[in-house]
Unconditional design. Structure first.
Length: 308
């Protein structure tokens, strides 16, 4: 029990409990001993013995109460601080203090140093992305950080935050196509929730606004963006998704669309033959060389833009 007396408040509490219990037990023992003595059921020795038993009972009760409080308080602290099964929330007080003082470049470097030491700290990556987005006004770098963090397998809460951050970023920067793709992904992932319903409504409004402008159009997706590519195609766009594998050392992409009619039309527009269609789990066309270059031009990118 000695380790529980390190704090002055703990010692005071213990002494108070011991004093109250000792007084209570002494009074009870005295009353009982006096009653038995008057009835000649005990002598002076018995009287003193009962008083001593009262003191002993006080000591035992004090020890039991203190032990129970110690066990309960340690269990509570373990739970609250994450020493048990709940992980403690990360803190970046140094970096946040730099941000508060307007020293954004130093804060960025501090986050980068932390991430170099803890490469799997997704919260630090998200905090850095927010710093770059809000204070350094670099939407491109912020987007890349959000997407990189998503690729690391975030928690459900982190994934929800990343999706909202990307939707907001695309809306701020006027990237209508990417905003619509992210809204489609969000609506699908969180369907039957209020957030998913709002994303679906926002997506429909954007599609109505697109009206006669050719809908979603063509868009390139990196090898790790298969969910986004499928969502884009499902909402009526033409997705050019980079394949993780190469064919005879050539870079390849998959061409995706909502339906087979739209898919064949898109493939023909870049020179493919209809019979080249691949009816696997996801119906698609394989794009290589000149076909791929023409498709990428429709997306506004070049072969050098490919991630692999």
């Amino acid at each position: 029990m000695s380790r529980w007396f390190d704090h002055a408040g703990d010692r005071t509490y213990f002494l108070r409990v011991a004093g109250l219990l000792t007084a209570f037990c002494t009074v009870i023992a005295f009353v009982l001993a006096l009653a038995l003595f008057k009835e000649d059921r005990i002598g002076p020795g018995g009287f003193v013995g009962i008083l001593l038993l009262g003191q002993l009972a006080a000591a035992l009760l004090t020890g039991l109460i203190w032990a129970g409080v110690g066990v309960s308080s340690r269990a509570l602290v373990t739970t609250m601080t994450g020493a048990g099964n709940i992980k403690a929330a990360p803190s970046y007080s140094y970096q946040e203090s730099l941000v508060a003082r307007g020293r954004y470049a130093e804060a960025e470097q501090a986050y980068q140093d932390h991430i170099a030491r803890e490469p799997h700290d997704r919260d630090a990556r998200l905090a850095l992305a927010a710093l770059i987005r809000d204070h350094m006004k670099d939407a491109t770098r912020a987007e890349r950080l959000f997407l990189e963090t998503r690729a690391l397998g975030p928690t459900p809460a982190q994934e929800y935050g990343i999706a909202n951050a990307l939707i907001d970023l695309y809306q701020r920067t006027g990237q209508r196509g990417r905003e619509m793709a992210e809204l489609a992904r969000f609506a699908d992932r969180y369907r039957n929730t209020d957030g998913g319903s709002r994303a679906g409504r926002a997506l429909r409004q954007l599609k109505e606004a697109a009206g006669g402008e050719g809908g979603l159009g063509w868009r390139y997706f990196g090898s790790r963006q298969i969910r986004e590519a499928r969502a884009w195609a499902a909402e009526g766009g033409i997705a050019v998704h980079e394949n993780i594998w190469k064919s005879r050392r050539r870079r390849t992409c998959h061409l995706l669309a909502r339906g087979e009619t739209e898919l064949v039309a898109a493939a023909r527009s870049v020179g493919c033959e209809a019979q080249w269609i691949q009816r696997t789990r996801t119906v698609h066309f394989d794009l290589v060389e000149g076909y791929l270059e023409r498709a990428l031009r429709r997306c506004g990118v070049t072969v050098q833009h490919l991630s692999r």
